[in-house]
Ligand binder design. Structure first.
Ligand code: TRP
Length: 453
């Protein structure tokens, strides 16, 4: 297959469509649900600073690399890596990188879908007026009652998986593209509104201090690993999602500029979510480290008590479900593309197989908060284990390998040609960072996490 041919799965209709889809993939529960709660668990400012450093030094260069590999290979990550390794006269085992990505994607989606289900259920609670005039106490009871119910968990998880697979089944343009066009701007406006509420609700300054005043005594090796893992997670890197989206990208589009735009938007959305949530946390004497329930125990208080809160609450959770949907489709797309290419399935069949597998895995997370909360491996519930394995280990390992491949294995003339950067110096800076800085940073963080340094 030559570098200019199209992917058999189709192509984005424009650069704008790709930007929307990749931003849709990046912006999701990671920004609005995960970033605030892991920031809370890891002590605030210092964690945020490490995360931001990782986005710039590790995330951005690897995002450029991953999109570039995808567009060069034009197939599912497994086959792309095989083809590119062949072109670079390298070891064919590079295609295991694609496999690692498929597994990481399945693990992530399995719990992602359960949490997206929470957002779905909260959209309904907002519609039925459950938050009206509620205080922190009522909202906590509401949340506990909900996650303690295994049937509700399975129900909402199933609904979300069905929604994801039906979008993916429609294919590149009609499915993936259409679903992101309206969402981003709406979500943005709602977040700004919540920030405005947080400003007047009392503990605004305390919230900002928590987020932006680094206290390095609070940061452990594991916290640094979590921050780096999250940089990968939030940018959708390290598992082939961005690679497969890149494989549907038409040729003349500038990859580097696009990547800066996507990473920038993603970071702004996460910071806005933090700025909206922490003042509410402190104003209501809630615990910033209370875990995955954080946004579900804070934002409803705001919606229950602000003017227009009924409408905004409904809109916000509906939007959150959509933001999750535009991310979840990218978690499964590499597997679907691979099943179509290698197993001769139709897109539809591939969706049924992969969707069912992920749904089944997701039951582990659905039960992690209730009947299965005592089931622990390595001292972690299934949810915590899947999250740790995928976000903190598999994504950084995948990202490391992508950086090494792009920096050391792929021929310079190929990466230079594919990136087609307008200034040679920009290419050289990227190449240097992706060859040395990004892999070294990942490596050092791992050493730090296991206590070697
Ligand atoms: N980035 C998304 C979020 O922040 C989640 C996601 C989508 C993802 N695709 C991914 C994470 C691929 C890792 C890899 O919600």
């Amino acid at each position: 297959m030559s570098a200019t041919s199209k992917s058999i799965h189709g192509e984005w209709s424009s650069r704008f469509a790709f930007v929307l889809a990749a931003t849709g993939s990046a912006v999701g529960l990671g920004n609005i649900w995960k970033f605030p709660y892991i920031t809370g668990e890891n002590g605030g400012g210092a964690f945020v600073l490490v995360y931001l450093l990782c986005v710039v030094l590790v995330g951005l260069p690897i995002m450029i690399a991953e999109i570039m590999l995808g567009r060069r290979g034009r197939q599912s990550p497994v086959n792309t890596m095989e083809l590119l390794a062949e072109q670079a006269e390298a070891d064919p085992n590079w295609h295991y990188l694609g496999w690692l990505g498929l597994i990481a994607g399945a693990l992530i989606l399995s719990y992602y879908s359960v949490i997206a289900g929470w957002a779905g259920s909260y959209a309904l609670k907002a519609v039925t007026g459950s938050f009206i005039d509620a205080d922190a106490e009522n909202i906590k009871l509401l949340f506990d009652g909900f996650i303690n119910n295994p049937l509700q968990q399975v129900f909402w998880h199933s609904v979300f998986m069905l929604a994801t697979m039906s979008v993916v089944a429609r294919g590149v343009q009609s499915g993936l593209e259409k679903s992101v066009k309206f969402l981003m701007p709406c979500l943005f406006v709602l977040l700004m509104l919540l920030v405005a509420y947080a400003m007047v609700s009392g503990a605004y300054q305390q919230g900002l201090d928590f987020l932006f005043t680094p206290d390095f005594s609070k940061i452990t090796g594991q916290a640094v690993l979590t921050a780096m893992g999250h940089a990968f997670f939030t940018l959708s890197l390290g598992m082939g999602a961005v690679m497969v989206y890149g494989s549907y990208l038409p040729r003349p589009v500038s990859i580097a500029k696009t990547a800066v735009l996507i990473a920038g938007t993603d970071t702004v959305v996460a910071l806005l979510a933090g700025i909206a949530i922490f003042p509410i946390v402190f104003a209501n004497n809630l615990e910033p480290g209370s875990g995955p329930g954080l946004i579900f125990q804070t934002l409803p208080i705001a919606f229950g008590n602000m003017t227009g809160g009924y409408l905004f609450g409904v809109l916000f959770f509906v939007m959150l479900v959509f933001a999750a949907l535009t991310s979840s489709i990218s978690l499964i797309e590499p597997a679907v593309a691979w099943l179509v290419e290698n197993k001769g399935m139709t897109r539809y069949q591939a969706c049924i197989w992969s969707g069912f597998t992920v749904w089944f895995l997701g039951l582990g997370t659905a039960f992690s908060f209730n009947i299965g909360s005592q089931v622990k491996l390595f001292d972690r519930t299934i949810f915590q284990l899947f999250d740790y394995l995928s976000a903190n280990l598999m994504l950084p390992i995948g990202g490391f390998a992508i950086a090494v491949f792009a920096g050391w294995i792929m021929k310079t003339k190929d990466s230079e040609d594919e990136l087609a950067m307008p200034h040679a110096i920009v290419y050289q800076v990227w190449k240097w960072v992706v060859s040395y800085i990004s892999p070294a940073a990942v490596f050092l963080v791992f050493l730090h996490a296991v206590g070697v340094i």
